[in-house]
Design a protein around this ligand. Sequence first.
Ligand code: G4P
Length: 525
Amino acid sequence: MTQSAAAIAASQRRTFAIISHPDAGKTTLTEKLLLMGGAIHLAGEVRAKGERRRTQSDWMKIEQQRGISVTTSVMTFEREGITYNLLDTPGHEDFSEDTFRTLTAVDAAVMVIDAAKGIEPQTRKLFEVCRLRDIPIITLVNKMDREAKDPFELMDEISETLALDCAPMVWPVGMGREFKGIYDIHNNRFVRMTEDGYEDIAVSGTEDEKLTAYMSEDQQLTLQEEAELAKEACPQFDMDSFREGHLTPVYFGSALKNFGVKELLNGIGAAAPSPGPQPSVGRIVDPGEDKVTGFVFKVQANMDPNHRDRIAFVRLVSGKFKRGMKLKHVRSGKPIAIYNPIMFFAQSRELAEEAWPGDIIGVPNHGTLRVGDTLSESEDLRFTGIPNFAPEILRRVRLDDPMKSKHLRKALESLAEEGVTQVFKPYFGANWIVGVVGQLQLDVLVTRIEQEYSIKVGLETAPYETARWVSGPDDAVNKFIDSNRSAMSEDRDGAPVFLARNSWELGHQQQTNPDVKFEKTRERS
Ligand code: G4P
């Protein structure tokens, strides 16, 4: 059977994210990957661009002050016939919700681990999100040019803490100042670290005399033993096991020295899955289908503070997208003509003339597109798996100037559409309740309302601790709502949400209303 153009294009794409604990080297690795893909030409450009971007918008000062990255962006580059779409994920734990959504749009993830620190809390959390979605993981043990833990110890740590088999693809020779390079276990090749990069040396095996020129006698003996042991005692790379999320290929290197990055990228190209079929309500959509479909996984508003612009990040699922094409916005039932789709490159954004399954396009809009929305040239589809999370922190929004209540509503709704916060309108009372997963989101919220909408607000403790979407048979839900009106609110889609004072109250309500479901997550409608 001949493959469709969309199926062929999909097979040449790798859409992935990098997950790591802050400081493990994600930014440095991103930069080196982009250099390798020719998307940037000088080291330092990713950071420099980050800083320029930050100065554009004051609210990002928060980001600067705390030294963290709170925005998600996409970077596309090509190498050896493969198009790589790298989706950046915010590293800070308060943004796990945003990160989760970004991870719904990737097919694989690179897990960067600091060789001296091993698995850190945020690595673990992000890994668990990947596991929920069975996203295959490729591991880079970074910073081998510094003092590091023993490689076997590190792999044991990964295996034990994450219940993930580790298949070493290369083996490090030395560490810190004595780090000499990596030995390619499967292809008998030594990659030597040099002052300004690397040198590939073909050898007959770890005993090859050539190696004595590049490492001490002791190091060569250790390499012989360890590489042998790694081959015999560690699991071998197995494609099925990797794709199912049970095994991770492990690379060692130094992003800072641009060392081991080529091997990693080759590994992504060779092993990471290309865009695959995507579940929707009712059927699974294949990337090779002729009709274009896609879903919104992120909305970013006010990227340019002078314009109230919004960019919806759409992951294409199937078909060949062409600029100017009309797609149905399934939630509203209306067609949207996409005249100015944006493709993201490291240094610039360009109009996308065409795009394929796995690609991310930015669609400028005035608030029509929301996270979770489906765009379809085909029938009325709805892609699944992009949930809202029940917030863990609830606050009441206090408005200093009551005349601005309409403005506030707009600001809150718009920020909710971006996924910065969730908003709940209590059945009784005029004050909105905002819900977030992490404290930092609240700071971002207040600063942005003030700077982008010129409204001064304060946040007060709400008498609620947790929120749950309620659903179930109509009569049971209605009965529950009627007897708990003072604790009921609606989300921005009008869905009923129960605000519980504490976990005891929630448990009590669950017991006394067995037919009502109290849900922690809600699929976006
Ligand atoms: P992140 O995005 O994961 O938070 O980490 P980032 O790349 O910003 O790296 C954090 C720090 O670790 C940076 O140092 C960076 O230079 C350093 N680093 C990254 N990869 C390596 C590596 O392979 N080896 C060594 N030795 N260091 C590495 P910094 O001093 O905090 O920042 P900077 O002044 O160097 O920019």
